[in-house]
Write a protein that binds this ligand. Structure first.
Ligand code: GDG
Length: 456
């Protein structure tokens, strides 16, 4: 059987016998562990050399890890520049926060070529190449230029925006032409796939041959929808494991029976944290009887902190948290707990299980695994309520959540009231419906379907 070669911007630090950190890493590792394979990507190191040499390969069980370092110029133009300064905001419909610079776009393409030049010589003829995410839209095109003819697939973890939004990036045509060099492009939801197909038809002179097949730029390729999932039973088991519950028990003792609203997000403007803080404030204004009865805890590990827009959102949130607490706190109650730090994954699941409400309100999100983990971690006999943004990919599947518009502070405030007052029968019913969907669209199903379609 053909070997699986996974390419992602970062190769997650993995150690044999230890669980991996996040959704992508878990999904990729499962795939590689099952059949063995190669994982290729950036080491996370920025080198002082202008042209760093590839690092020596390393085997972890049946997985071979190959990494390259980036030069300072690559890091600035590719990673901080086009990938996270242009693509990330535009893919999340935040055009006002995006910048564009042709030099950075050239740097983005250069790094895609750098990946391709290091990878092409170690590829075997019948390898399957599975690239991940918005950093590598140009990898297949670069590999083809380097003479690689293997089957290549891309899974985009972010949303794909409507053509008018994508076209705010001056290099949109080059980007999409590069993407067409893949044999399979996977999206999180049908609207993402449709937006891409619309662009191909209306702006790239291509055609839609039906059944996800597209033709453009002299190539035929496939698109499909593969909603990423979670390991459902594992999340619940981790939530119940005594060794994981240390923090959760401390939290419970400290809540004194107050209802907990919990949010967990990388500190990113696309996650809608500011609007969420204001919605919580709106809730406190509207329900004085809940003062002293409820606590909102926001866990927000810092992310991409060397990018200006990310520093700004961090300062802004610190200001808002202080202001809201200053306005409402009492001698024995502080309504908002803002934790600007990360937790071990194992400790997160029991924290989800403690929360009466999981508040997940991104402005846009490809999927949002926190929403799915929150549901999976609940006790089915006494589950909490998920309040979920209509603009998270997860809302396409988790229809039994309380669906809100993340820009509607009053709407979120009212959903919080509804969630906190919900009867146990209704909570159980909604939770069971969501659990069914999570089981059907598990992380295993995501990986197996993508790899099977890529094998084609
Ligand atoms: C991208 C897309 C898509 C969070 N805090 C901690 C921690 N986490 C873990 C969560 C979850 C993961 O990180 C975050 O996943 P999300 O899906 O919520 O968001 P992104 O990071 O933006 O992921 C997204 C995803 O890719 C997969 O395709 O769903 O739309 O943007 O698993 O649990 N993990 C640990 N400590 C923390 O403090 N260990």
């Amino acid at each position: 059987m053909s070997r699986l070669v996974v390419v992602s911007n970062r190769v997650a630090p993995i150690t044999e016998g230890e669980p991996a950190a996040g959704g992508l890493a878990v999904g990729v590792l499962d795939a590689l562990r099952a059949e063995g394979g190669l994982w290729f990507g950036w080491s996370g190191e920025v080198s002082n050399d202008a042209e760093p040499m590839p690092n020596p390969g390393r085997d972890v069980g049946r997985i071979t890890i190959r990494t390259i370092d980036l030069s300072r110029k690559d890091y600035d133009e590719f990673y901080r520049g086009f990938a996270n300064g242009t693509l990330w905001p535009v893919l999340h419909y935040q055009m006002g926060l995006a910048r564009f610079d042709w030099t950075e776009f050239a740097g983005y393409r250069r790094v895609n070529h750098l990946f391709a030049c290091s990878l092409a010589p170690i590829l075997r003829q019948d390898d399957l190449v599975w690239a991940h995410d918005y950093h590598l839209l140009g990898l297949a095109a670069a590999l083809r230029e380097a003479g690689s003819a293997q089957r290549m697939g891309l899974f985009l973890h972010t949303p794909f925006p409507e053509p008018g939004v994508l076209m705010t990036i001056p290099a949109h045509a080059e980007l999409v032409r590069d993407m067409a060099a893949y044999d399979l492009i996977g999206f999180q939801t049908e609207p993402d796939r449709t937006a891409f197909a619309d662009y191909i038809r209306r702006h790239a002179g291509g055609e839609d041959a039906g059944d996800g097949r597209l033709r453009a730029f002299g190539r035929a390729f496939r698109t499909g929808v593969y909603p990423i999932g979670v390991h459902v039973a594992e999340a619940r088991a981790e939530a119940e494991l005594p060794a994981n519950r240390r923090q959760a028990l401390r939290l419970r003792a400290n809540l004194h029976g107050r209802g907990l609203i919990l949010s967990v997000d990388r500190l990113d403007y696309a996650k809608g944290l500011r609007q969420r803080f204001l919605a919580f404030e709106r809730f406190l204004i509207a329900t004085p009887e809940m003062h002293g009865q409820v606590i909102f805890m926001q866990i927000a590990p810092p992310s991409r902190s060397d990018i200006q827009t990310y520093r700004e959102i961090r300062e802004e949130l610190e200001g808002e948290a202080g202001r809201i607490n200053g306005r409402f706190a009492d001698v024995d109650w502080v309504p908002l707990r803002y934790l600007n730090r990360s937790f071990p994954r194992a400790a997160l699941m029991p924290l989800y299980a403690e929360a009466r409400v999981g508040l997940v309100t991104p402005l846009r999100d490809g999927m949002n695994l926190v929403a799915k983990e929150y549901v999976a971690a609940q006790d089915p006999e006494d589950p909490g309520v998920l309040v979920l943004s209509q603009f998270a990919g997860a809302a396409r599947e988790l229809e039994a959540a309380l669906i809100v518009n993340p820009y509607d502070e009053a709407g979120i405030a009212s959903a919080l009231g509804q969630a906190l007052a919900m009867s146990i029968e209704e909570r159980r019913g909604r939770h069971a419906a969501m659990l069914d969907v999570l089981r059907a669209n598990s992380l295993d199903a995501w990986r197996d379907r993508f790899v099977a379609d890529l094998r084609g």
